[in-house]
Design a protein around this ligand. Structure first.
Ligand code: WTA
Length: 652
């Protein structure tokens, strides 16, 4: 493939609303372009200047950037601490300002000022130190979206421990493999979390993940629900017992700029999740700077990002970026439809939310419930909306714009990735006109391009591979324990020293970027990244399965649905019962987010003469589209007809 065929919708353009623009940090395209060009031509001066003004350093750096290209290091010689940047430095000027307003699903509200959050983080950090944890150790966190999750993250940062947050929807198997890769010494969890009124037993899942050999020495359990859990003597401790003994101050550990701040596992195009490594200074700078400009921060804002902290969006835009900027952050533990579909709108009204940042999949499901839900609530506190994680379709964009933003709020469609650490492409809301479904312009210091497989830029409006030409401070440094995989997946796919994103894109005549979705075997289901290979290996680990091929199928709400083509060792097992078993098996291996929507039993998978599964054909079959393109490399054309026949039977 040298270029991607694209549809070019002739859509509407929305200039920044005048009232918004007149008070924005960046108020014109000219101002945006001047700063973007300056950063592109003088990256070190730009990033160095921002690092001085946005971060608090214990020791200043010597050089802004060392190393070459995508293997650069930033701010070498400098020392700092991430929790000091998020907490201590705000104490004198705004210690009594709210840092967190958090709602539990049952309805309780916790309000923590910067001083409160600092105190709790210090206490927990002292507790972690008393358990023998030292700079560089890994702490896994498997928690509900309650303030204690933020406290746990920042306590790790205070001691220079790397956190590895695991989304609370992952299975015991997924926790086990991540902890084994990271060699985590401690896991912080809770007795459970509330989801749609039910208690999800987190501790029990953690217990299963620890059966057999494990590097984990202790389990720290926060009591969230009061559900009964079994505590393993010598290994398990209660959060409240540990906290009760701790002093309220804790000297932070000053770490080098490049000290790894955290690991976060994400899916790639191969079977095993990769531990993305982010560093302290570069990551903090990227998140703080982008958060300030893209959300056009004001000191009085009440900013709400609905992402779970188990994903990068939660790390960067619930915790580090906003707290580094001294923002009041709104958090919510539970489901958008509990007790009913007005919950999000009620939270906005109750807490006076000013910026609301969420995923297109959430917008589509909220939209499906009808306009009566948002109409019940006063949403006039909102001044900006944002989306992240997947392409937003124009219909959902328009609904968000009209029914939630009442045409008064700009929408920032933010494109970025776990690996990029911070937002890369998004409209600056006071300067750039938005177009439904378009991420628009690169952020300051970010130089993207659209190229073919040889690294040659493609023309205007032509689809190609999205790459980034210059290194930036918040990019991943490596994949934990596998630097070769980092090089081969990000730095060597496209010739030239460029970062390959795995996404396709096109750039239009205005210089705006349209993201076209993944060009590798990564699915995006409800904004969650999943690897087809990971689901395939889960399926073939079931005793009845011979081979499996997993593809995405278009889905109105979730963006993509998981469709599995499966061949069995003995065909007599095929049937509804086995389908259920296989769904259950995938959930046990990975987690509920990977539950296949559809399983189709087939006689054989379509393969090329060299034995590669032709996923392109399966994607067409899954979507019930006619097969597009060339089938001349298919080994046995008859396979296609049998699969199509099988699919029709199965769909009934
Ligand atoms: C997709 C989430 C279109 C993209 C922050 C990317 C998007 C992957 C957008 C990263 C957007 C993210 N428009 N697609 N605004 N934002 N994506 O690592 O395919 O969970 O490569 O990071 O999500 O997913 P990840």
């Amino acid at each position: 493939m040298t270029s991607i065929t694209t549809m070019q919708p002739k859509g509407q353009v929305f200039p920044p609303p005048t009232a918004f623009q007149s008070q924005a940090l960046i108020q014109s395209v000219a101002a945006y372009e001047a700063l973007w060009n300056y950063a592109k031509d003088n990256p070190e001066a730009f990033w160095g200047g921002q690092a001085t003004s946005l971060l608090t350093w214990d020791m200043p750096w010597g050089v802004v950037r060392t190393g070459t290209g995508m293997q650069s290091q930033w701010f070498t010689g400098g020392y700092l601490n991430a929790s000091v940047n998020c907490l201590d430095r705000h104490l004198e000027t705004q210690g009594d300002k709210l840092a967190l307003i958090a709602e539990g699903e049952p309805g309780e509200v916790w309000r923590l000022t910067y001083r409160d959050l600092h105190r709790e983080v210090c206490k927990l950090a002292n507790g972690l130190r008393s358990l023998g944890l030292q700079q560089g150790d890994v702490v896994a966190i498997y928690m509900p979206m309650v303030p204690e999750l933020v406290i746990a993250v920042l306590a790790c940062a205070r001691l220079g421990l790397m956190h590895s947050v695991i989304f609370a929807g992952f299975s015991a198997e997924a926790i086990r493999s991540r902890n084994a890769d990271a060699q985590a010494k401690l896991i912080i969890t809770a007795d459970g979390l509330y989801r749609r009124g039910a208690v999800i037993p987190l501790k029990e899942t953690v217990d299963h993940s620890l059966e057999g050999a494990s590097s984990v020495e202790h389990v720290l359990v926060y009591q969230r629900t009061g559900a009964s859990v079994s505590m393993h003597p010598g290994r398990d401790l209660w959060w409240h017992d540990l906290m009760a003994m701790q002093s309220e101050t804790c000297a932070p550990v000053s770490v080098p700029a490049e000290h790894p701040l955290f690991l976060l596992y994400t899916s790639g195009s191969t079977g095993t999740p990769k531990g993305i490594v982010h560093t302290t200074a570069g990551y903090l700078l990227g998140t703080a700077l982008s958060h300030r400009y893209i959300f056009d921060l004001k000191p009085t804002d009440r900013y709400w990002c609905t992402a779970d902290a188990g994903w990068i969006t939660g790390h960067s835009y619930v915790i580090y970026g906003p707290l580094c900027n001294g923002t009041t952050v709104v958090m919510y533990e539970g489901a958008p439809n509990f007790p009913d579909w007005a919950r999000f709108w009620k939270i906005i009204e109750t807490h006076g939310v000013t910026q609301f940042y969420t995923a297109p999949t959430a917008i589509r499901s909220l939209m499906q419930q009808g306009d009566a839900w948002p109409e019940k609530h006063d949403l006039s506190s909102l001044r900006l909306l944002g989306t992240v994680g997947e392409p937003i379709n124009p219909k959902a964009w328009m609904w968000f714009h009209e029914k939630i933003g009442k045409t008064r709020c700009p929408i920032v469609d933010t494109w970025w990735q776990t690996e990029t650490g911070a937002i890369m492409i998004a409209p600056l809301p006071g300067a750039i006109s938005t177009k439904p479904g378009c991420a628009t312009r690169p952020f300051f210091g970010i130089v993207p391009d659209v190229v073919d497989h040889h690294g040659v830029p493609v023309g205007e409006n032509q689809g190609g591979l999205l790459v980034v030409r210059q290194p930036w401070p918040s990019m991943l440094r490596t994949i934990h324990g596998d630097h070769d995989r980092f090089l081969s997946q990000y730095c060597q796919v496209v010739p030239g020293d460029v970062y390959f994103t795995g996404d396709g894109a096109r750039r239009d005549a205005d210089g705006d970027y349209w993201i076209l979705g993944r060009v590798d075997d990564v699915l995006n289901v409800a904004g969650h990244r999943l690897s087809t290979m990971e689901i395939e290996s889960a399926l073939v680990s079931h005793p009845t399965v011979a081979e499996a091929a997993v593809v995405g199928k278009p889905d109105e709400v979730r963006g993509e649905a998981i469709c599995c083509f499966v061949t069995l060792k003995a065909t007599e097992h095929a049937g509804g019962e086995l389908k259920k078993q296989l769904q259950f098996h995938v959930v046990a291996q990975i987690g509920a987010l990977a539950r296949p929507q559809e399983i189709r039993f087939v006689q054989a998978l379509p393969k090329t003469r060299s034995g590669k599964i032709m996923r392109r054909l399966l994607r067409d079959l899954a979507a019930d589209r006619p097969i597009a393109g060339d089938v001349s490399t298919l080994e046995d054309l008859a396979t296609l007809d049998t699969i199509r026949a099988a699919s029709t039977e199965d769909d009934t």
